[in-house]
Every structure is written in structure tokens, then in C-alpha cells.
Design a protein around this ligand. Structure first.
Ligand code: PMP
Length: 399
């Protein structure tokens, strides 16, 4: 075969298909390229204050100042990351008593995304036949991350657009088809993209169900503190894992510490007993080495510094409370102006899925420079006193 042909047939890159641009990036580009005044960005999933800014939290700034002044080395830490960070975060995640359970072992990961990816890798190693159940509307990365580990994903009904609430009974009957050893990926609070969370009674039913069916809960907690508060947001998760023999909890510090770009996360696993937990965690460490070797240090060091200092912890909790209260107020304001959106006031966290179709989403963009995901997901925190009336006026004819 002539050399030029040979190089064609063995090309690694030529057969690759062009991939669509990330939906969020496409939206961001459209928004940036829109010359109109008064554009409303309800797309990107970051917290914003009433000035439409995503500022660095004051507690974070103070911890960073301290770190810059005192950090003596940038030497490697280890694949499991900063264990001081893990030890101080555990009581926030599990409560004081839950954090002392020696069947639960955690490690630092580059964001909640990597925590989920690492959990997927361990599931695939332990039981490649396990199917992962995810809610039909969910963060699109969930399926992507599970597929990356070659796991089978099954989606189940979750949200009823008409009532804008969880279709609990429909969801539970779908889950009857789950097999022992299957994994159920649940969002702990502030469900992305619907904002519709399980009630305490529903969490109790899920807890009994998971125990009866022998399912492994994989709980994704990316918004702790932004729904009802740190402990209330974790209550359902804590109940479910207390009753499960094996479980994972994936945590993100992106939203509640505002450390998005610093990639702060953690993964805990829970096993039947401490010895199995240690063995399982030794596998997590090997898998992490093959995925990212070691997590970035800075953001986790910031969290460790905040949680190791009573004054900084108080400051951080107060800032987080302010964020949560602002979101709750916006939800109530929106529902007060548009009674058709009354359920939005009962939903939690940054996101809600508006009961409008894709055509209307596109029209809102074209006619009013209002940007949201094509699914109708809005970031409530993108609203503020100045743009809320504009959104309501534009939205009213579509509801
Ligand atoms: N889970 C959910 C549901 C999310 O919405 C996000 C962030 N968008 C994450 C996990 C992970 O976030 P990060 O990797 O920034 O910690």
C-alpha cells in the first residue's frame, strides 16, 4: 500500500465525528453576541446576587488571604487529597454523629463531577452488571458520567410538568423493576433542573424501598444549604444511607462555597463494615490515580481553613443563609406575580423547569432577550428586582 494511503487508513483523528457544542456554551455565546440592552440571563447555573454578580464569598477571601500568607509549599499532597478538608466537611455532610461512623470513608475529588465519575468507576469495577437509575429530568452529566464508566443507565419518571411536582407514585412503581445491587442516583436537595425535591415522608418511603430492594444509593449533593439550610437539605440523604448497607455520597463545593472554578468536591463511600470500607476506598484511590492522579489543592484548603475557624465558619454560614433567603424571596416574588407559577415558591434551590415548550423558550429569546435552557430551565438566582417584572410580563401570555 502506498505510504500516503496507509497514513489515511490508520488515521486516529479522521474518523472522529464533529461533536455538538455544549448547550451551555452555545447559550453563553448567543447571550454574549446579543447587542440588546436589558438581556436577562437565566441560563448559566451559577449563583448571582441582586447586582447580577457572582462574587467571591467573604469567608473565602479571608481564608485565601490566610493561605497565601502561610502556605509554605506547593508540594504534592496525595491522591486522596487533603484529609483535613474531608474531616472538617464530614460533619456538615453527615452531622456530627454520622461523621463518626467508621463504615463511611471519604476522599477529595476535583468537584462533584469527579466524585460522580469516581463512584461510577468503582461501581463498574465492583459490579459491571449494576444498572444506574436516574431521574428522567436530571443534570445531563449524570448519564454522561455513568456511560463513561460503561455502566447501563435507566431513567425513571420524576417530574410532572403539569403539577410542577414530583410524580412520586409513578416513580416508585417504575423503580419496582430495579434489581438488588442496582444503583439509584438521587439528588439530595435542590433538584437540577426541576427544583422539585422529595418531602420528608417521600424520603422515608425511599429509605424503606432502598433497604427492601437492596439498592445502592448514590446521592449527589451539589446544593447543600441552598434549599432549606445545611441540615435540612441533607436530612433525606442521611436517612437513606443510614438504612442502606452500601452507599455513595458525592458532594460539591461549587455552589455553597462559590468555588466553582477551583474544583472542590468529595466522595464518601459507606460499606457494611469498616474493613470492607477501607478495602473499597483503597480501590477508589487507585482509580483516582488513573483519572486525575491528585485533586487540585487550593479550593479544598480554603474550605478546610474556613471550617477550622469558628469566626470564618459563622461568616460562611451567614453568607450561605443570605444566598438561600434571596433565592426563596425571588421564588415567592415570581409566584406572587404569576399565580400559574405558584409551585415555584414550593421548589428549592437555583433551578425551576417552567411549564413552557421549546418554541416559547426560543420566542422569549428572540422577542425579549430572555435566555434560558431550551428545556425551560431557569436559574432563579439570575433574577433580581430590576429584571423580574420584565420576565413576568414576557412570560404571562405563555402560561
Ligand atoms: N451535580 C449536580 C446536580 C450539579 O448541578 C452539578 C453542577 N452543575 C454538579 C453535580 C457538579 O458540580 P461541580 O463539578 O462543579 O462540583
Amino acid at each position: 500500500m502506498p505510504l500516503d494511503q496507509l497514513s489515511q487508513t490508520t488515521s486516529l483523528f479522521a474518523p472522529l465525528k464533529e461533536q455538538p457544542l455544549d448547550v451551555m456554551l452555545t447559550l453563553l455565546n448567543a447571550l454574549r453576541g446579543d447587542p440588546r440592552d436589558g438581556k436577562i440571563d437565566l441560563g448559566i447555573g451559577v449563583y448571582r446576587n441582586d447586582d447580577n454578580q457572582t462574587p467571591v464569598m467573604r469567608a473565602v477571601k479571608a481564608a485565601e488571604t490566610h493561605l497565601v500568607a502561610t502556605q509554605a509549599s506547593k508540594d504534592y499532597i496525595s491522591p486522596e487529597g487533603d484529609m483535613g478538608y474531608i474531616d472538617r466537611l464530614a460533619p456538615i455532610v453527615f452531622g456530627e454523629a454520622g461523621a463518626r461512623d467508621d463504615r463511611r470513608l471519604g476522599m477529595q475529588t476535583p468537584g462533584g463531577t469527579a466524585a460522580l465519575r469516581l463512584a461510577a468507576a468503582l461501581i463498574a469495577r465492583g459490579n459491571p452488571e449494576a444498572r444506574v437509575w436516574i431521574s428522567r429530568e436530571t443534570w445531563p452529566n449524570h448519564a454522561l458520567l455513568m456511560h463513561a464508566a460503561h455502566l447501563q443507565v435507566i431513567d425513571h419518571p420524576y417530574f410532572d410538568r403539569a403539577t410542577q411536582a414530583v410524580q412520586f407514585d409513578v416513580m416508585m412503581s417504575a423503580l419496582e423493576a430495579a434489581r438488588p445491587g442496582d444503583v439509584w442516583l438521587l439528588q439530595a436537595c435542590c433538584h437540577n433542573p426541576t427544583g422539585a425535591d422529595l418531602s420528608p415522608e417521600q424520603w422515608r418511603a425511599v429509605t424503606a424501598f432502598v433497604a427492601r430492594k437492596g439498592l445502592i444509593p448514590l446521592i449527589d449533593m451539589a446544593y447543600q444549604g441552598l434549599g432549606y439550610g445545611l441540615d435540612d437539605d441533607a436530612a433525606g440523604m442521611r436517612m437513606v444511607i443510614d438504612a442502606a448497607s452500601e452507599a455513595f455520597v458525592a458532594v460539591s463545593g461549587s455552589k455553597n462555597f462559590g468555588l466553582y472554578r477551583d474544583r472542590v468536591g468529595a466522595l464518601w463511600l459507606q460499606a457494611d463494615n469498616a474493613a470492607v470500607a477501607r478495602r473499597a476506598r483503597s480501590n477508589l484511590i487507585v482509580l483516582a490515580r488513573s483519572l486525575w492522579s491528585m485533586p487540585p489543592d487550593h479550593g479544598a484548603a480554603v474550605v478546610r481553613t474556613i471550617l477550622g475557624d469558628a469566626a470564618l465558619t459563622t461568616m460562611w454560614r451567614a453568607e450561605l443563609d443570605d444566598m438561600r433567603l434571596r433565592i426563596q424571596t425571588l421564588r415567592r416574588d415570581l409566584a406572587a406575580v404569576l399565580p400559574q407559577l405558584a409551585p415555584v415558591a414550593r421548589q428549592n434551590g437555583m433551578f425551576s423547569l417552567l411549564p413552557i415548550d421549546r418554541d416559547r423558550v426560543i420566542r422569549l429569546r428572540a422577542d425579549h432577550a430572555i435566555y434560558m435552557l431550551e428545556s425551560g430551565r431557569i436559574n432563579i438566582a439570575g433574577l433580581h428586582s430590576a429584571n423580574l417584572p420584565t420576565l413576568c410580563t414576557a412570560l404571562r401570555p405563555y402560561l
